[in-house]
Write a protein that binds this ligand. Structure first.
Ligand code: SF4
Length: 199
């Protein structure tokens, strides 16, 4: 438990949260880390066309000890999973993770024994970025969303309360297998032959 946990609640803590959030979001260094084709799009954000330097993030750290953002760019094989976890464990706290692309987020089209079906089986994820591959603009958008999360992050007693609220919300959420279907995949089977379902 660090100094943050000993901060008193109240107006001062809220002000401190705002200042700390601003400074943290404005000083992120990503780890140099790419797993597959998505990494090419990640590299593109460093080019003048996309210019990640406008966020002060162009310095991709060659060592995890000087990085606080992991962009998981590409599918995670079972063989790489322990390495991903080790790199994450070596990163400085506080640290964040963007799961870039459908493969990193859910295994994507690689529904097989060799690929981890979502990197959140290995490390906690803060932002999931869909697409195959996501465009560099989409990665920049994910980074902006992460900035918003960091700006709103809590400290001390507020952080404990936020963690309890999130846990309660997760426990009371409807399991995915009980959620109502948004689309009936069998509707076309019931339609008479030759009838256009769209009218
Ligand atoms: S999401 Fe698409 S581009 Fe990204 S790693 Fe998977 S297959 Fe490659």
């Amino acid at each position: 438990m660090g100094l943050e946990e000993k901060l008193p609640a109240g107006f001062v803590l809220t002000t401190l949260e705002n200042v700390a959030g601003y400074m943290r979001k404005a000083s992120i260094w990503p780890a140099t880390f790419g797993l597959a084709c998505c990494a090419i799009e990640m590299m593109a954000v460093g080019t003048p066309d996309y210019d990640i330097a406008r966020f002060g993030m162009e310095r991709f750290s060659a060592t995890p000890r000087q990085a606080d953002l992991m962009i998981v760019a590409g599918r995670v094989s079972q063989k790489m999973a322990p390495v991903v976890r080790q790199v994450y464990d070596q990163m400085a706290n506080p640290k964040w993770v963007i799961s870039m692309g459908v493969c990193a987020s859910s295994g994507g089209m690689f529904n097989n024994y060799a690929i981890v079906q979502g990197v959140d089986h290995v490390i906690p994820v803060d932002v999931y970025l869909p697409g195959c591959p996501p465009r560099p603009e989409m990665l920049l958008n994910a980074i902006i969303e992460l900035h918003k999360q960091i700006q709103g992050s809590k400290l001390g007693v507020n952080r404990i309360a936020a963690a309890r609220a999130a846990e309660q919300a997760a426990l009371s959420a409807v399991p995915t297998h009980l959620m109502p279907a948004t689309h009936d995949h069998t509707a076309h089977l019931a339609a008479p032959a030759g009838k256009n379902l769209l009218g």
